[in-house]
Structure formats: C-alpha cells, structure tokens
Design a binder for this molecule. Structure first.
Ligand SMILES: Nc1ncnc2c1ncn2[C@@H]1O[C@H](COP(=O)(O)OP(=O)(O)OP(=O)(O)O)[C@@H](O)[C@H]1O
Length: 350
C-alpha cells in the first residue's frame, strides 16, 4: 500500500491539514468482484486549488470520484478517510451524505446529454436541487437558475429550453450551472470536456477556471489527457493501477515527469494548441493490468521501458523526485534513463 502522505506536496502554499477542503487518506476501493480499483491513495485539495488526476482508462479515476461522494455500487468495500471540510464522508449518515453531495461537493460528469433528462426543461432540472436542498421558494429558485445560467455564459431565457435544443458545449455549461446550484465548495469534474471539440473544450476549461477563481472553490479534475490537466490545474496526480504513482506541480509533472508512466502519458498528449501533433497522440504499448490480478512488484514493470530486474519484485512508495514532486519509481532520485535498461519491457517481451 501507498502510505506516504502528500502533506508537503501541495505546491503553492498548502494549508494545514485541518483546514483542507478535501483530504483523502489511504483510500482503498475494492469492487464486489475483487477488482482493487483504488489502492492506498492520499490526495488533498485546498480552497482555490485545482488538482488534476490523470491516467489512462481503467486506472481508477472515476472510482475515486464516485467514492468521494459515496456513489459506488452496494457491495463495494471502501476504507480510509475522505475528509470534506474535516468531516469524514465514509462515516456520515445517509441524510448528511445527500446534503453534502450538493452543498459540499458536486460532480460534473462527461456526456451532458446522458446526465440531463431529455423530457424536462433545463431550468426545472437546475431548480430541483435548489428547491430540495436550499428550501427555496419557486420564485427564489427561478431567480437563482437565471443567475446560474448567466454565470456560465448562457442567457437566463435558455431555462425554458429542452436539452436537445442546446449544443454539446451549452449542455456542458448547464451541467456546470447545475453543479453550482447549491453553492458547493468543491467541484469534481470527471472528463468534463472529453465529448467536446477542441475549441469548445478550451472555452469550458476557461469557464471552470474562472468560476473556481471567482468563488474560491476547490477543483478536482479527472482526465486521461495530461495536457488538458496541466493547462488547467496547479497540481497533478498520475494514477496507475489504482495508485498515485507521481504527483507534483502541474508544469513539473507534465514537462519533467519522473515516473516512466507519467512520461509516457505526457508524450501521448502534446500541449493544447499543438493541433498538428494532437491528431496522432503516441500511445503507450500494452494495456493497464486487470485490477483483480495485479502484477507483482511495481505494477507498471511489465510495460516499463526502464524497469530493473528488481522492479518485478519490489514495489516503490512515493518519494522525492524534485521540489514538491514525488514519484513511485526506483529511478525517482535521478533523471529517468534515456535508453531502455537491459531488463526493459522490450527485451523481456521479445
Ligand atoms: N462496478 C464495477 N465492478 C467491478 N469492477 C469495476 C466496476 N467499475 C469499474 N470497475 C473496474 O475498476 C477499474 C477502474 O475503473 P474506473 O472506471 O475507475 O477507471 P477510469 O480510470 O475512470 O477509466 P475510464 O476513464 O475508462 O472510466 C477498471 O478495471 C474497471 O473495469
């Protein structure tokens, strides 16, 4: 398990642990089928701070997001602590969890068309949590809906529209307005721009950044795209096989990755604006491991171009790889070897 706290990693002036908006300690999630989807994760987010969680499909990002608000299926084993404003979400009564889901932290999912109800006007959908959790009057809720729509760059009159009458970007703005409906302090955005084209994606990312800054919110943004995250967030955590394997200031992790997985991920996702190279991101050979049957040692070793023989048996905890930068790699203390090592994945699989 990965027991290293990231207390000193929160670059840019971390607050003391007791003042953190979100403080996740040693989180473990195992699905009923035995899949260990999140393993010993420590993360924190302060007000006004933007944390990006990166990793390819299946590494446990969505499981982490769902665990934060106790949205995982029945039968899933969850342990550790999820402190939201100092209160542990994992031990809360259900009534409190429901209130916290809107007023403490709320999630913006990808694919707004699936999250919005096609037969209800968007204004009514945004008003619902305001009526329920804020105990607002119909008039008060309607006013708040108009304000929220304008806040996310839509005319208040769009409240009367049905989801199919809006573009993909407008629908994602509606999802953001809905997430803000009960004035949460933390926004969890799970691939919020994945379904959108590059121009609209950039607009939505700027909107999220603006709202976080204006309202001093905390943001946890989840994406497979390290470039999107490094462009938007202050800090990055890179997940592989359910663990955080690298973390640090966003530009450091993106430009000077110190874990071979982080390095492969940044090479796969060139900078936003570098349109030509984004047409053909270079993929990482191989697949992430099955969380029900994880490899021994470092779980990345079967795919790692710079693995040593010892990596097949010895797991690594996160350790210093630079200022506020940590990597769970045997090479963390030095620059990654430029050439594959003699025990590299290429050689092992040839
Ligand atoms: N309900 C479930 N029951 C069993 N296993 C699950 C369940 N949901 C997810 N998993 C498994 O847990 C692992 C992590 O999945 P998760 O969706 O959290 O990853 P992810 O990084 O968010 O990927 P994606 O971007 O594709 O959603 C995967 O191996 C997945 O197959």
């Amino acid at each position: 398990m990965n027991h290293v706290s990231n207390d000193d990693v929160a670059a840019g002036g971390a607050r003391p642990a007791e003042q953190r908006l979100l403080d996740v300690k040693n989180l473990e999630v195992t699905y009923a089928n035995g899949a260990a989807a999140v393993r010993g994760v420590h993360l924190s987010v302060d007000a006004g701070q933007k944390l990006g969680v990166a990793g390819e499909s299946g590494c446990g990002k969505s499981t982490l997001a769902l665990a934060l608000l106790r949205l995982l299926p029945a039968g899933t084993k969850v342990s550790g602590e999820i402190l939201l404003d100092g209160e542990d979400v994992l031990t809360m009564k259900w009534g409190r969890v429901r209130a916290v889901r809107w007023a403490g932290a709320s999630i913006v999912f990808q694919g707004a068309m699936h999250s919005l109800n096609a037969v209800h006007r968007i204004g009514d959908q945004i008003a619902e949590p305001i009526l329920l959790h804020k105990k607002a009057t119909q008039t008060g809720a309607k006013k708040k809906v108009g304000e929220l729509l304008e806040h996310v760059g839509l005319p208040a009159a769009r409240a009367d529209a049905y989801p199919h009458e809006l573009s993909g970007g407008q629908r994602q703005r509606v999802m953001i307005a809905m997430a803000l409906a009960c004035d949460p302090r933390l926004i969890i955005a799970d691939e919020p721009t994945t379904a959108l084209d590059v121009m609209i994606q950039a607009q939505i990312l700027r909107l999220i950044e603006q709202l976080v800054a204006e309202q001093d919110l905390g943001l946890m943004m989840i994406s497979h795209d390290l470039a999107v995250l490094s462009d938007t967030c202050d800090r990055l955590a890179v997940m592989y096989a359910g663990r955080v394997v690298e973390e640090g200031p966003a530009s450091e992790v993106y430009e000077n990755a110190r874990h071979p997985y982080g390095k492969a991920l940044s090479a796969a996702f060139p900078r936003i604006g570098d349109a030509a190279s984004r047409f053909a991101p270079r993929g990482l050979p191989g697949d992430p491991p099955d969380p029900s049957a994880l490899p021994s040692g470092c779980t990345f070793h079967p795919r790692c171009p710079v693995a040593l023989d010892s990596c097949a048996t010895d797991d690594q905890a996160l350790r210093d790889a630079g200022p506020h930068h940590r990597s769970a790699c045997v090479h963390a203390g030095s620059q990654l070897p430029a050439q594959p090592t003699s025990a590299s994945a290429a050689e092992r699989t040839s």
